[in-house]
Design a protein around this ligand. Structure first.
Ligand code: LMR
Length: 372
């Protein structure tokens, strides 16, 4: 088996196997670009990707890792560990700090890198700083990625970052951009299962509506336990409306307080879940939550934002929105609040989406899950 090594400035490829006899029965290689690749979330995620547990045991992959000048040495360390793990499916590891190089031919882009809010920083500043990163990365994807690249934005504030990214990538279908709310869905499933005294796999049809922030709406109206509506299994409506809802909304912040840093392992697991849910068919009758572009949505949610909604996939990487959901007054009023927050975030980044001058009138209580 021929193994080639390439080294170039700020970018190297290792472990590139030739396409020969030994790869004949394998699927075509897919390119996965990851930003923030030297960070904690990536450190959990990369080894899952390389092991085959995400795309399957017959799917060779190339990992293209994007870091910064500051993190470059750490990135070299990450690449060394990947090489040393001898994953048979991992055909190429490349690292770099230029999105235009790293995103070349990317079939998937997992955008994890973002700046956390620093002391004294206003929410508008955070939107602006991270927005600039995602505008640049959108432009790079538009220029060099596969025309059907699937993009999952993890870096916060992920909904608005995803909106900025897609607006800067007009040649890539807006439908291909996702903001990660699968972690919130998993958190909601866990709490419902614990309350009902059942295992997690008995909880289905859980939607997270809206923003990955403390205004998100974990939907217990349409959710099911053992195929029965949650409200018929958990009769404590006060618990559902107050404790459960708040627990899911603020889970990230509670975790930061206890752990001293943001969730990393569970975020990586939820990225895996999110990808798997797009590359395998959604089980009959169930759905998944993802922050997606609202154009043409059947729920009356404002158009032209990235909003978490119930989606179903045929397993081809694409999805469709679920139509048969109930929205009662309680749910509608909560959805309105998270929609208002996202519309305010959108106005705040108008300069980055090509929609004119930014006006920042964010509601005072606008917070990431990690900010309490
Ligand atoms: C989470 O939900 O755990 C994170 O998004 C929290 C944060 O603000 O980093």
């Amino acid at each position: 088996m021929l193994i080639q090594f390439f080294f170039f400035f700020f970018f190297f490829c290792a472990l590139t196997y030739t396409q020969g006899e030994e790869t004949k029965s394998w699927k075509k290689l897919i390119n996965i670009a990851i930003s923030g690749a030297a960070g904690m979330i990536s450190n959990h995620l990369l080894f899952k990707l390389a092991s085959g547990e995400v795309f399957g045991p017959d799917q060779p992959i190339a990992l293209k890792l994007l870091g910064s000048e500051r993190s470059f040495e750490a990135l070299e360390g990450v690449a060394m560990e990947l090489e040393d793990s001898l994953f048979p499916l991992l055909r190429e590891v490349s690292i770099g700090i230029d999105a235009y190089e790293v995103f070349q031919d990317a079939d998937w882009a997992l955008l994890i890198g973002a700046k956390p809010r620093g002391p004294g920083m206003e929410r508008a500043d955070l939107l602006d700083i991270n927005g600039q990163i995602f505008a640049e990365q959108g432009k790079a994807l538009n220029a060099v990625a596969s025309r059907n690249v699937k993009v999952i934005v993890v870096g916060n504030p992920c909904n608005t970052n995803a909106l900025i990214c897609l607006k800067n990538a007009p040649d890539i279908p807006a439908k291909n951009f996702h903001a990660l709310t699968r972690l919130d869905e998993n958190r909601a499933k866990c709490q419902l299962a614990l309350k009902a005294g059942v295992f997690y796999d008995k909880v289905s049809n859980v939607t997270i509506w809206g923003n990955h922030s403390t205004t998100q709406v974990p939907d217990f109206l349409n959710a099911k336990i053992n195929g029965i509506p949650v409200k018929e299994v958990i009769k404590d409506t006060k618990w559902l409306e107050e404790e459960f809802t708040e627990m899911v909304q603020k889970r990230g912040g509670v975790l930061i307080k206890k752990w001293g840093r943001s969730s990393a392992a569970s975020t990586a697991v939820s990225v895996v879940d999110a990808i798997r849910s797009l590359v395998t068919p959604t089980p009959e009758g169930d759905w998944i939550s993802s922050g997606v572009y609202t154009a043409g949505n059947p729920y009356g949610i404002a158009e032209d934002i990235v909003f978490s909604m119930p989606c179903r996939s045929k397993g081809d990487g694409d999805y469709e929105l679920v139509k048969d959901v109930i929205i009662d007054d309680y749910l509608r009023s909560r959805i309105k609040m998270t929609e208002a927050e996202l519309l305010a975030e959108k106005r705040c980044v108008a300069h980055l989406t090509g929609e004119g001058i930014a006006v920042c009138d964010l509601p005072g209580d606008t917070m990431l899950p990690g900010e309490m």
